[in-house]
Unconditional design. Structure first.
Length: 482
C-alpha cells in the first residue's frame, strides 16, 4: 500500500520520485535483456564458421520460446520469495545481481555451457526482477489513485528506452567483434542498472521492505528440499533425453498451463481472501487467456520475425546492410513515442476511459490485424522495410492497449495476502504466450507463410470479439475496479 509520502510526492513528472529509480533499473535490465535476446537466435542457428552454434532453426526458435516463457514463469518464484521470505525490494536487488552474472556467463563461457548457465541465470533473475519491480510500482499508489495507469505507462516507457538502445548496441558489437562481445555489453548494461538502483534504494522508504506473508521458520527446510528435488528432476530429464532443444517450448507451455491452473486454484480456495477479492480474481481469468493469446503473437518478434529479418527483409540502408537484430529496436521506438500519448489520454479521460476488458479486447484484435498484414507484405521477392515498420507500429498500439494496463490491473485486483503473486499471475500469461510463440514458430514455413499468418491472426481477432461479449460480466465481477 502507498505510504503518506508517496501520496503527496509528485516530483517525477507528477509521479512519486521513487518511480524514477524503478524506471531506471528496469530500463537497464531491458537494455541487457533485449540486447542479448536480439542476437541470441542468430547465435544459436548461425554456423560455427560465422561464430554461432550451428543448430537447426526450429530448435533455435524452440529454445528462444522456452527461454522467454521461463523468464515469465519464474516470476512465480520471485513473487513467492518476495511475499514469504525477503520482501519485494531485496528480492529485486538480488535478482538484478543474478541477471548480471548470467550475461557474464554468456560472454565468457564457451558454446552450450555458456548458453545453459547464462540463460538459466538471466531467466530466473529477470523473473524475480520483473514481478517485484511491477509490484513496487503498484505500491506507490493507493487503489483509487488516478495517477496509477499513467505511472505504469511512464514505467513502460523506461522499459522501452532500454529495449530500443540494447539491440542497436549489441548488434553493432556483434557485427564488429562477434557474438560474445554483444553478450558482454549486455552484462555491462545490467551492472550500470545495479549501481543506479543501489544508489537510489533509499527513496523507496519502507515500501517492499518486509514480506507480507512471512514463511514460518519450521517450514523452510521442507521448501528447501522441494527446491533441490525440482532441480535434480530437471537435470535428470535433460540427461536422459526427455528435454531436448526441439521440445523445450512445448514443455514450458505444459508446465505453465499447470502452474496457472494451480495458482488460480490456490488463491481462489484460500481462506485469507474475502468474497470481493475472490470475485476479482475470477474476473481476471478471461483476461489471462486473452493476454496469453496476445503474447503468443507479440513474442514472434524473437522467433518468426528474426527469421524474416534475416532471409526476407530488405535491410539495405544507404548502401549498408544493417544487422538483422536491429528490427528489435523498431517497436521500442514507437513505444517511446506513444507511451506518453496513451498515458496522457488515459489521464485526460479519467473515469470516462474504456474499461480494462475493452482495452484488452482492442489489444488482442489489433495484434491479429498485424499478423494478417504480413500476408501482402511477404508477397514479393523481399519484404520492404517500410512494411515491417508499419506492422510493428500495429504491434505497438496493441501492446499499449494491453501490457501496461495488464500490469496495473494485476495490482488493482490483487488480494491483500497475494499481492506480488497476483502480479506473477499476469506474468504467467506472458510466460504461456512466450512459450507458445516458440511452439507456433515451428509451423512457420518460409516457402509458404500465408497459412501461418491467416490462422494465428484470425484466431487472435476471434479472442478479441469474445472478450467484448464478456465485458459486462467481467466488469460486474471486478466489483468496482476499472
Amino acid at each position: 500500500m502507498a505510504d503518506v509520502q508517496s501520496k503527496q510526492d509528485t516530483a517525477f513528472f507528477g509521479q512519486p520520485f521513487a518511480l524514477a529509480n524503478l524506471f531506471g533499473v528496469e530500463m537497464w535490465e531491458r537494455f541487457s535483456f533485449y540486447g542479448m535476446q536480439g542476437i541470441l537466435i542468430y547465435y544459436l542457428y548461425y554456423s560455427v564458421a560465422d561464430g554461432g552454434l550451428g543448430i537447426a532453426e526450429s530448435s533455435a526458435t524452440s529454445i528462444v520460446g522456452a527461454y522467454g516463457g521461463t523468464v515469465y514463469l519464474s516470476t512465480i518464484l520471485g513473487a513467492w520469495i518476495a511475499d514469504r521470505l525477503l520482501g519485494s525490494e531485496r528480492t529485486l536487488f538480488y535478482s538484478a545481481v543474478m541477471i548480471m552474472l548470467g550475461h557474464i556467463a554468456l560472454a565468457l563461457l564457451p558454446g552450450f555451457l555458456g548458453v545453459g548457465v547464462g540463460l538459466v541465470l538471466v531467466a530466473f533473475g529477470s523473473g524475480g526482477l520483473k514481478a517485484n519491480a511491477t509490484s513496487l510500482v503498484g505500491d506507490l499508489y493507493d487503489e483509487h489513485d488516478n495517477r496509477r495507469d499513467a505511472g505504469f505507462s511512464l514505467f513502460y516507457m523506461g522499459i522501452n528506452l532500454g529495449a530500443f538502445v540494447g539491440p542497436l548496441l549489441t548488434g553493432l558489437a556483434w557485427d564488429t567483434a562477434g557474438f560474445h562481445a554483444g553478450f558482454g555489453l549486455a552484462a555491462v548494461g545490467m551492472a550500470l542498472g545495479l549501481i543506479q538502483y543501489t544508489l537510489g534504494r533509499k527513496h523507496l522508504g519502507t515500501i517492499g521492505a518486509t514480506p507480507p506473508n512471512p514463511l514460518p521458520s519450521a517450514e523452510r527446510a521442507r521448501w528447501a528440499i522441494i527446491a533441490v528435488v525440482a532441480i535434480v528432476a530437471v537435470a535428470l530429464l535433460a540427461i536422459f533425453g526427455a528435454l531436448t532443444a526441439s521440445n523445450l517450448s512445448d514443455v514450458v507451455v505444459g508446465v505453465t498451463v499447470v502452474a496457472a491452473i494451480g495458482y488460480f486454484a490456490i488463491i481462489l480456495s484460500s481462506k485469507q481472501i474475502t468474497k470481493i477479492e475472490r470475485r476479482r480474481v475470477i474476473s481476471f481469468i478471461p483476461m489471462f487467456i486473452a493476454s496469453a493469446a496476445f503474447w503468443s503473437l507479440f513474442q514472434q518478434q524473437f522467433t518468426t520475425v528474426p527469421l524474416i529479418a534475416d532471409s526476407k527483409l530488405d535491410r539495405s540502408l544507404f548502401g549498408w546492410e544493417f544487422p538483422p537484430n536491429w528490427v528489435q529496436s523498431i517497436n521500442p521506438v514507437f513505444i517511446i513515442i506513444f507511451a506518453g500519448v496513451f498515458a496522457a489520454v488515459w489521464t485526460k479521460l479519467g473515469d470516462r476511459q474504456p474499461s480494462t476488458p475493452l482495452k484488452f479486447a482492442a489489444g488482442v484484435s489489433i495484434m491479429g490485424l498485424a499478423f494478417l498484414a504480413f500476408v501482402p507484405s511477404l508477397a514479393g521477392a523481399s519484404m520492404p522495410l517500410l512494411a515491417l515498420i508499419g506492422i510493428l507500429l500495429l504491434f505497438t498500439f496493441a501492446e499499449l492497449f494491453l501490457s501496461p494496463v495488464g500490469l496495473s490491473l494485476s495490482t488493482k485486483l490483487a488480494p491483500e495476502n497475494f499481492h506480488t503473486q497476483m502480479v506473477a499471475l499476469f506474468f504467467l500469461s506472458v510466460a504461456l504466450g512466450s512459450a507458445m510463440a516458440g511452439t507456433l514458430a515451428g509451423y512457420y514455413d518460409q516457402d509458404n507463410p500465408d497459412p501461418f499468418f491467416y490462422t494465428v491472426g484470425g484466431v487472435s481477432i476471434a479472442v478479441g470479439v469474445v472478450l467484448v461479449a464478456l465485458t459486462p460480466w467481467i466488469k460486474k465481477m471486478m466489483s468496482g475496479v476499472r
